[in-house]
Design a protein around this ligand. Sequence first.
Ligand SMILES: [Zn+2]
Ligand SMILES: [Zn+2]
Ligand SMILES: [Zn+2]
Length: 104
Amino acid sequence: MATELCFACTDKDYARPATTITCSVCKKEVSWREAVTHYMGHGKKSGNDVVCPICNTKVKQQEYRNHVRRHFAAKRGLFYICGICGRSFVTLRSLLVHISKTHE
Ligand SMILES: [Zn+2]
Ligand SMILES: [Zn+2]
Ligand SMILES: [Zn+2]
């Protein structure tokens, strides 16, 4: 009989789910580690602005990165939820830090 691996005593790579999201723009599977970077690559430059691929709004180039991050931040009750991996945070600020560290 095959030995069932105990979840708690396996190494991190095994325990971490291999998660991808499907890009709503090009329908490609994207690793959650580069989800934000991937979406940013779909932005179209127009002068000093970039057209956001998610909401089609023109945003200033300096604000574009932050703008795209916010598309992945959802508010649910008292918590802010990461739209990519589902982790919840108490403040929007900590969620945005999480997104920039984990998904770019
Ligand atoms: Zn894409
Ligand atoms: Zn947008
Ligand atoms: Zn996340």
